[in-house]
Design a protein. Sequence first.
Length: 196
Amino acid sequence: MGMMGRIIGLGSAAATVGEAVSDVAEVFVGNRAARDAAEAEAFSAVVEQAGAEYEHAPCGAFNGWVNGLNRLPRPLLALSTLGLFGYAMVEPDGFGVRMQGLSLVPEPLWWLLGAIVSFYFGARELHYLRDRVPTRTFAAATNQRLASVTSAPAAASGPRPRPRPASMRPQTRDATPQAADPNHNAALEEWRSQRG
């Protein structure tokens, strides 16, 4: 365009007109990069606030006592089992009498004790399995992802085509619809299409 612009003489005039058009368009549409940066900043503030809420929960005397009680069963079970071995070595007669007493416990009571212990440890493991990512590292990972998105080159954040509404999209029954979308609900889409 440089050589043609010099020959025709429209180089600087075309650039001026192009800048004016982009300025006018920005008045009506807005700057997409500034909008994306503001949305990213708002999302980052929300994530930081959520992380701060769970960082240090206030702990009173009663909460501390209950937390201590919640931590007692595991060490008590482990230490008392080891203590039984020591008791058998030190006092074999007393140990034998106690074991005979345990043999008189009915079988349903053993099942109940096994269920209580397994549910206690199972619920604890399930709790830690669900909350595998701590809040602080979640907030840090989210902020890192936000930084990588907002630092993308300006060319990648150019004008994007707007998606067509669902009513205008072609309906294909053969292909799996929106397989990459984890929130896609085929039954809901079918119900919406039947409602019209």
